[in-house]
Design a protein around this ligand. Structure first.
Ligand code: FES
Ligand SMILES: [Fe+2]
Length: 385
């Protein structure tokens, strides 16, 4: 007889989100490997948080647009003629094709490539070829479906469901904490994308281990950080990991491109990171592809993105980041294999180092359990109808 498969509620119940850090364990292995958890994350975590989809400088002028994919939903963000930024599901109201197909660009009208329906920059349906004789069809009811959009610094965010918090409230004190770093003065330089054979949470966990892995896995990076002085601060929905910088001798390129008094590593729940050194920022956006694959998008920003000397320096800096990323990819993929092993259930957390992971796991558990309770209530009320 095959063993009974645990219900999703039972899988969720195996994590104790009330335990203080000293008594806490990680979320259990099935949360990283169970398709039902991945599906629940789409409708809860990724549909009910502000999600970064692009940069404000990509949509600076009327007619500028960018496209993205959040929790399987195609999104288009577009600046209207009057200067207002709007977002829509990038799904044609005719037969569901993607209306805009480039990552970003400029348009005076949003025209679907399939049968040529066209929408204004405000999402209203403008042109419907060969539709004479169609009864009970109201153009005004067939515009693109809007999505909530807002911006902070150079980042464009959308929110798929009706937001409980404005973006400002969602960020909380993060905005004031990041403001002195003046990240919006840095210029965007390059995007790099990595597909990893691991659940998206493995990558986030690795990021949030308070530098625990840095001396073991990243020897060059470790040489410019004062590891013993590394700090970890949790707030409501974000964590700041920070370290004083020292003059390291391990690797010349790392020492030349990782400078300043402090390194700042901000993580915003659930999947966005902002990493700053002097004259440098990279952001990481971690997107689930399926339960054991994720896409990590790195955007690199620098103080000088125009001069030849600046470009050479930036390329050297990105190469340093690339090496760190390679080291992280290898370990994250090993972790994903380990999570599937019968030998592993969950692990304990270092009080000194892993408070950020603890915050992540508790926020995630609250969203998943809350989402399941809400869908149970809905089903209950439907059954009662
Ligand atoms: S699907 Fe867009 S015009 Fe037909
Ligand atoms: Fe790392």
């Amino acid at each position: 007889m095959s063993p009974r498969v645990a219900s999703i509620r039972e899988v969720l119940a195996t994590y104790n989100d009330r335990a203080p850090l000293a008594e806490a364990a990680t979320i259990p292995a099935p949360w990283y490997t169970d398709n039902r958890i991945a599906a629940l994350e789409h409708t809860t975590v990724f549909s009910r948080t502000w999600q970064v989809v692009g940069r404000v400088d990509q949509v600076a002028k009327p007619g500028d647009y960018l496209t993205a994919n959040i929790a399987g939903e195609p999104i288009v963000v577009v600046r209207g003629q009057e200067g207002l930024l709007r977002a829509f599901f990038n799904v044609c109201r005719h037969h569901a094709a993607a209306v805009m197909t480039e990552p970003c660009g400029h348009a005076t009208i949003l025209r679907c490539p399939y049968h040529g329906w066209s929408y204004g920059l405000d999402g209203t349906l403008k042109g419907v070829p060969e539709f004479a004789g169609v009864c009970n069809f109201d153009n005004s009811k067939n515009g693109l479906v809007p999505v909530h959009v807002d911006t902070w610094e150079n980042f464009v965010f959308v929110h798929l469901d009706e937001p409980v918090f404005s973006l400002q409230d969602f960020l909380g004190t993060l905005a004031a904490r990041v403001a002195p770093l003046q990240v919006s003065k840095l210029g965007f330089f390059e995007r790099k994308m990595y597909t990893l054979n691991c659940n998206w949470k493995v990558y986030v966990d690795n990021y949030l281990d308070g530098g625990y892995h840095v001396p073991h896995l990243h020897k060059a990076l470790s040489s410019v950080l004062d590891y013993s002085q590394y700090t970890i601060e949790n707030d409501v929905r974000y964590c700041l990991q920070s370290s004083p910088m020292v003059a390291g001798q391990e690797d010349a390129a790392t020492s030349a491109t990782r400078t300043g008094d402090r390194a700042y590593y901000y993580w915003l729940y659930p999947n966005f990171m902002i990493n700053c050194y002097e004259g440098y920022m990279d952001t990481n956006l971690v997107l689930p592809l399926d339960v054991d694959h994720c896409l990590v998008i790195f955007d690199f920003y620098f103080a000088d993105v125009t001069t030849e000397a600046g470009k050479q320096y930036n390329a050297q800096s990105i190469a340093v980041g690339d090496r760190v990323q390679d080291e992280d990819v290898g370990i994250c993929e090993a972790v994903q294999r380990g999570l599937k092993s019968r030998a592993y259930g969950a692990g304990r957390l270092s009080v000194r180092r892993e408070g950020g992971e603890h915050l992540f796991h508790r926020l995630l558990a609250a969203d998943l359990k809350g989402g399941l309770d809400a869908s149970d209530r809905n089903q209950g009320s439907r059954a009662a109808d």
